[in-house]
Write a protein that binds this ligand. Structure first.
Ligand SMILES: Cc1ncc(COP(=O)(O)O)c(C=O)c1O
Length: 473
């Protein structure tokens, strides 16, 4: 236990003034403090320090109220019929769909938007529909969320092959030479390359130029943008991956249960759903034992869409536009830079640095996410779960572990296949706790904090003060 955190009001005020002069762009974001006071008063009322914006964004009260009013002021029936309540629901869902295209700047109308439960639902649709056979190949970066890694299990059940491409142990960037070698040498009809726009593990931003590079060699690209779009601009008129996955609660906090898969229309003809459901077919016959799938997004949306909540997506996107991405970025990057610099300056009296940063320290190449290990004065790693538990006692919400991204963790920890394979060969289905026991001696795991549009200096200051309690221990 690090003990109680006592923060002196004068010292925080002094630090804040210094911060403002060092990061003048933060001054242009002060309206977000007002927003926090008006729309997010529940954070400070409950004494929370919320630093898990990659996990989930927080929602403004007005978004919930606007949606509630929308629901309470009219009658919405199951969409896609012509009756009045159904037409109304269809109208607002289609309006939201078009707004998603507008938000991501699909100016040439090249994409369809398929509403899913979340980013994982979007990724699963790609995995189950892509033509994996003896003339296809799946390439993915070691840095990927498990919901992308899981696509390999669809591949495993076919005659297609898959392979991982490495990330650098220190910077956690994709190793470009190795990637280029694979991109240029695989000779298959259908080739799918998957990478995250921003790592949910380290926060590093991968080069979106890889999309064009992969296209040059005839690959289809799956861009997992879930961790990138809450603070980054994905412009589909510039970058045109075949598939993009997002979760909307990560962008504006509400509602949960809706994400989308944006798919380039040109790729639709090669996809085949493994089944059909209510809503996905143009026609189906029992006696003739046959069916035709519906065109475009309809063929991918199983059953009744989340028609009551989908209209809130348009409201959420408008909310973000109202704030402006520039303001959000100035806010989160000033806070993240300050925090990173503070953390990197901390040393035990023994001379050992308190923090081991994972991924590049170049803030222009990472999002507002900082992932690190805490070191003891003897240079030992403090177990990440202990840091998380200590943070809990101070009402600080941060994350610890590998964040569903084992590949990035394994690279950062330099874990070898020799260390890992035996764990899977005992025949014993390990619980996560037992797995951690086994790998604890090898894996670093990590602690992650991430800032969002209504984070403030107090959050950053409180967090750094918390980390300082590990000094000389
Ligand atoms: C990069 C990335 N991809 C995919 C996901 C999965 O998102 P969801 O759990 O909303 O399906 C996450 C969640 O944290 C993520 O950060």
């Amino acid at each position: 236990m690090p003990g109680t955190l006592s923060i002196d009001v004068t010292s925080i005020e002094e630090a804040y003034q210094e911060f403002l002069s060092e990061y003048p762009e933060y001054n242009t974001t002060l309206s977000l403090d007002e927003l926090r006071a008006n729309e997010f008063s529940r954070i400070d009322k409950n004494g929370h320090t919320y630093l898990d914006f990659v996990g989930s964004n927080l929602y403004p009260a007005s978004l919930v109220k606007e949606h509630q009013e929308y629901l309470l002021n009219n009658v919405y029936g199951n969409p896609h019929s012509i009756n009045p309540t159904s037409s109304l629901a269809t109208k607002y869902c289609e309006q939201a769909r078009n707004y998603v295209k507008k938000y991501f700047n699909d100016i040439d109308d090249e994409y369809v938007v398929v509403f899913t439960m979340n980013a994982s639902g979007a990724l699963k649709l790609v995995g189950e529909s892509y033509p994996f056979n003896d003339d296809s190949y799946f390439l993915l970066t070691a840095d990927n969320h498990n919901s992308v890694n899981g696509i390999r299990e669809f591949v495993r059940n076919t005659k297609a092959s898959f392979a991982y491409t490495d990330i650098d142990q220190d910077t956690l960037f994709i190793e470009q030479d190795k990637l280029n070698n694979v991109l240029s040498s695989v000779d298959k009809k259908n080739k799918l390359f998957a990478f995250p726009a921003q790592s949910n593990f380290s926060g590093v931003k991968h080069d979106l130029g890889l999309i064009d590079k992969a296209h040059e060699y005839g690959w289809d690209v799956l861009l997992d943008a879930a961790a990138f779009v809450p603070t980054g601009k994905l412009d589909l008129s510039v970058y045109k991956p075949e598939f993009v996955s997002v979760s909307f609660y990560k962008m504006f906090g509400y509602p949960t249960g809706i994400g989308c898969l944006m798919m380039k229309k040109t790729v639709l003809s090669k996809l085949k759903r493994p089944w059909f459901a209510g809503g996905t077919i143009a026609i189906a016959s029992v006696k003739a034992d046959d069916h035709y799938m519906a065109d475009n997004e309809v063929g991918f949306e199983d059953g009744t869409i989340n028609f009551l909540n989908i209209p809130a997506v348009e409201m959420g996107l408008k909310y973000l536009e109202g704030l402006g991405l520039k303001k959000i970025q100035d806010r989160v990057f000033s806070l993240a830079r300050w925090t990173l610099n503070e953390l990197l300056s901390l040393k035990h009296d023994s001379g050992v640095s308190l923090i081991h940063l994972l991924g590049t320290s170049d803030m222009s190449k990472r999002g507002a996410t900082i992932t690190f290990n805490v070191r003891s004065k003897d240079g030992e790693m403090v177990f990440y779960e202990d840091v998380e538990k200590d943070a809990m006692t101070m009402n600080i919400s941060l994350r610890a572990g590998c964040f569903c991204n084992p590949g990035a963790d394994e690279a950062a920890s330099n874990l070898t296949i020799e260390a890992l394979r035996p764990i899977f060969e005992t025949g014993e289905k390990l619980s996560y706790a037992r797995f951690i026991e086994q790998v604890k001696k090898f894996t670093r795991g990590a602690v992650r904090v991430s800032f969002g549009h209504i984070s403030n200096f107090n959050d950053a200051y409180k967090f750094v003060s918390f980390i300082k309690t590990y000094l000389n221990r």
